[in-house]
Design a protein around this ligand. Structure first.
Ligand code: ADP
Ligand code: MG
Length: 775
């Protein structure tokens, strides 16, 4: 009995310790510190308690030692037979291991460090340590068939080796005499790599890749070689090439991964119940094939299968993080309401608006909580769509709230919503931090009584004292500016989970939207209201930049206004400010007659708002700013935007920036100054000269720069995918997401027996897949 409980305790203690090791020994996985936990829980193990003394004060290196020691201690207790049982059964390498077991059980003690260096801590880590690429070594050519100058990979046996000095340049050559399976001779040559000599034994077989030279016999100038070793993992097949570090050989990795596969497989398939319908390779088979593929076809299927898993896990995690699929309220929607709404608008809706409105109406009718992201370029007409949703809520006797990131945007929304909704008998209230207590109390009063149906505001909406009679719909504008907590606070003002509509003006590719906002349905307004002309865009090399300001002078002379965006310097607002100030001073000298102001990220929000307000009123002509300017603000007389060091921005972000001009019927211009004018940079920026479609631009950005570099969206929110490729996988992601939803609908907390393997993977991979919470 005692033994059982002790075993359980060991396992319980192992979990946080393994997690801590994986986390880089930062002592952040346990609230209150790991030492605390050990002192409290590990009473039966004084050895462990003393090991962890002062843990919090140690360096990560020291901590890792402690952790490894602790893991060894705890594991030994688990695998060693209980005292009275047969003492002979030592853990042998052929013992079956689970994915949670430490990876070092698979290698000799002197190789443990190598695994740690590659962060391969558990058997599962090894199983998912996917090859970086593959080499087809199914048929290696014989020496006889080699041609001069050809690049080739061969399998040869070492006959002799020597170090040779070239007479002329004094180079050191390693020369190895070798022969192929048919007895044909070849000389392998390494230049100035004397260390190779010690790595090669006479009589062993090498796999060598290099350039063929036919002169005085056949020679190969070796670029890459491997000691084949005893197993045939490195030849006669499609061979995996793993990401590695210096001193860690491919043969070692192949051997170790192979052992992991042998001892851990077969594993239960996390998607067993859904395998057939999605035509997925069985899980264990996919793992085997991705490491040691039989042929290209099998490799392709394995990739697809494991990629699918990756996305399903990602979507599950996003949904679960967001609290799962929540039951909300079910609104009634009548056709005549929609007709009435349309009739009171001063313009016909775009097809995209109609489509998105239908999607929203459907969500609102469903008993499940609406969680929808509405994406659309600046000016695509998102506010009208939001007004429609708010109108539907109002007709159901519920209230709505729209939260905007700044006062100026809140005011703009207030004006627009009032314009759309007042004729329909819906009363809109504005709530701002800058209001007098009396104004504020009046507004709150009307919201509490239900006399007003809609509240528009900044985070003043979620401050003490604000309440609703019955909040049924929350709309959040420019979502990425709000913290998760603020959004939650808004939702808390409702008695039943309200429907949620998030609006974002940052166009991002659908694949990215589906993964970044895994818990949100995505609607896209991909059509501009008629009459809005695209902003004429020109990329200018740095040496011609003064032309941009000559043009600015012309525009100002016509009574138009100009934005100038100073180069953003990553990670430092202070440097940003410096650069913006320098530019501001320069422009004052250059354009003395132009009235200017400066706006930067360091200013308090209120000051920013008042600068923008003054600009809107035309109190000055040119605004120099860092990228902090609110994208949604309407400056009707702004016709030109100049962006310095445009190459530092993502295309999507630049597109969003240029959306600020030409909004009031004026012709809009954007001049992008390329500080660094490589062909690649210019080509990228020229996408903006040619296209006005935010989504196309975002796709191109993703293709040209890769997701890690996309800016203007949420930098740190990118899922770390091992196999997935967001620039290609939209379809796979859609399927994975649909499946994730179905699974949670059936089994909200993954407690059904058929989902246990999935749950286990989710738990294990949650730490691996970086993902930021939304809503
Ligand atoms: P967004 O919030 O997407 O930036 P808005 O909803 O503020 O866009 O709309 C931008 C402008 O276009 C507003 O002045 C709005 O009245 C107008 N607008 C919206 N939809 C249409 C439409 N279908 N036809 C004409 N004008 C429209
Ligand atoms: Mg807007």
């Amino acid at each position: 009995m005692e033994g059982v409980r002790e075993g359980e305790l060991r396992e319980r203690l192992l979990r946080p310790i393994l997690r801590e090791l994986k986390d880089g020994a930062r002592d952040q996985v346990v609230v209150g510190g790991l030492e605390n936990l050990i002192q409290n829980l590990a009473k039966p193990f004084p050895r462990l308690q003393s090991l962890f003394q002062g843990y919090g004060g140690k360096t990560p290196e020291e901590r890792k030692e402690i952790l490894l020691e602790a893991i060894r201690f705890l594991k030994d207790g688990l695998t060693a037979p209980p005292p009275r049982a047969q003492a002979a059964s030592l853990p042998s390498p052929s013992r079956r291991l689970t994915p949670q077991d430490p990876a070092h059980l698979l290698v000799p003690p002197q190789s443990r460090k190598k695994l740690a260096e590659l962060s391969l801590h558990t058997v599962r880590d090894l199983l998912h340590y996917y090859p970086r690429r593959y080499e087809d070594r199914r048929t290696l050519p014989g020496v006889r068939f080699l041609e001069d100058g050809q690049k080739a990979t061969l399998s040869v046996k070492v006959l002799s080796k020597e170090l040779v000095k070239t007479p002329k340049k004094g180079m050191q050559l390693v020369q190895v005499r070798a022969q192929d399976a048919w007895g044909f001779r070849i000389t392998l040559v390494w230049f100035n790599q004397t260390w190779v000599l010690s790595q090669i034994q006479e009589g062993e077989t090498l796999i060598v890749t290099g350039r063929v030279q036919k002169r005085n016999g056949v020679q190969l100038y070796v670029e890459h070689f491997e000691n084949e070793g005893t197993e045939s993992l490195s030849t006669g097949r499609i061979v995996p090439i793993y990401p590695a570090k210096e001193g860690i050989g491919q043969a070692f990795l192949r051997r170790t991964v192979h052992r992991a596969l042998e001892t851990a497989l077969p594993l239960p398939d996390p998607l067993e119940p859904y395998r057939e319908e999605h035509r997925l390779l069985p899980y264990s088979e996919a793992l085997r094939q991705i490491h040691f593929p039989e042929d290209e076809e099998a490799l392709k299927k394995a990739l697809l299968r494991l990629k699918f898993d990756e996305y399903v896990l990602l979507e599950l995690k996003a949904l679960l993080d967001a609290g799962g699929l929540v039951l909300g309220r079910s609104f009634k929607v009548e056709e005549t309401w929609t007709e009435t709404f349309k009739k009171t608008l001063p313009f016909p809706l775009t097809r995209a608006q109609e489509r998105v409105m239908a999607e929203i109406a459907q969500d609102m009718q469903s008993p499940r909580q609406m969680a929808r992201l509405l994406q659309g370029d600046v000016g695509s007409g998102k506010t009208v769509v939001a007004a429609y949703a708010l109108y539907l809520a109002a007709l159901n006797g519920a209230q709505g709230a729209l939260m905007a990131p700044t006062e100026i945007l809140a005011k703009q929304h207030y004006q627009n919503l009032t314009r759309y909704l007042f004729p329909l008998g819906v009363r809109v209230e504005l709530l701002l931090g800058s209001m007098t207590p009396k104004e504020r109390e009046g507004a709150i009063e009307r919201l509490l009584s239900g006399e007003a149906q809609v509240a528009v505001g900044t985070h003043a909406l979620i401050q003490e004292g604000v309440g609703f009679k019955d909040l049924g719909l929350a709309v959040v504008d420019e979502e990425h500016r709000f913290g998760v907590l603020q959004r939650r606070a808004l939702l808390k003002l409702a008695k039943v989970p309200p429907d949620v509509l998030v609006m974002s003006a940052t166009p991002i590719p659908r694949s990215l939207a589906l993964t970044l906002y895994g818990d949100l349905e995505v609607s896209i307004l991909d059509e501009m209201p008629p009459g809005r002309k695209p902003v004429k865009t020109k990329v200018l090399p740095h040496r011609l930049r003064l032309q941009a300001y000559a043009f600015a002078r012309e525009e100002v002379r016509k009574g138009h206004q100009v934005f100038v965006v100073a180069p953003a310097i990553e990670e430092s607002e202070e440097l940003d400010l410096k650069a913006a100030t320098a530019l501001y001073e320069e422009l004052k000298g250059l354009l003395p007659e132009v009235r200017m102001a400066l706006l930067h990220g360091r200013m308090p929000a209120r000051e920013k708002d008042s600068v923008m307000e003054a600009f809107r009123k035309g109190e000055f002509d040119l605004l120099v700013s860092t990228t902090v300017v609110e994208v949604g603000v309407d400056i009707p007389r702004a016709s030109l935007i100049i962006v310095e060091n445009a190459e530092r921005f993502g295309l999507a972000q630049l597109h969003q920036l240029r959306g600020r001009v030409g909004r009031g019927g004026l012709e809009g211009y954007a001049i992008l100054i390329a500080g660094e004018a490589s062909q690649k940079t210019l080509k990228r920026l020229k996408v903006l000269e040619e296209s006005g479609d935010g989504f196309y631009i975002a796709e191109m950005d993703l293709k040209l720069r890769g997701p890690g570099e996309l800016r203007g969206t949420r930098q740190s929110g990118y899922p770390e995918l091992k196999l997935g490729d967001l620039s290609q996988d939209t379809e796979v992601i859609e399927q994975a997401r649909a499946l994730a939803k179905r699974i949670l609908e059936m089994d909200p907390d993954l407690s059904l027996p058929q989902h246990q393997a999935l749950k286990e993977e989710l738990r294990a991979q949650a730490e691996r897949i970086g993902f930021r919470e939304v809503i």
